[in-house]
Design a protein around this ligand. Sequence first.
Ligand SMILES: [Zn+2]
Length: 123
Amino acid sequence: MHIYDDRSLTGKPKTSGKKKSLKAMAIAANRNHIAKLNNFKTNAYKRGMGSSFYGTQEWRKLRYKVLVKSNGCCVLCGRSSRKNHIVLHVDHIKPRYTHPWLELEESNLQVLCEDCNLGKGIS
Ligand SMILES: [Zn+2]
């Protein structure tokens, strides 16, 4: 009687893992970014946050801290609200819509005057 050995079906040697291409890594990083973003949005939604972000105490406290640290001066042109009577904005270096998890990250904030801030997106 013939004994059937089914190991021969699965006994293929595994091919050793190829090095990931740079493109594959970029895609993976992007996927990770989107996953983070979606995760954050879901959590923010659960917390009842949204457009009301700028009204939160956390933001106001941090904003004030950043303004005090900057001495009330725009980091680009150096004008100050006191001397030059300009309006200062606390700007997210990485925008909230792409990096919402950095919205309360002090290192992601910079003080800009209105002119510099509005000119940021224009090149
Ligand atoms: Zn400025």
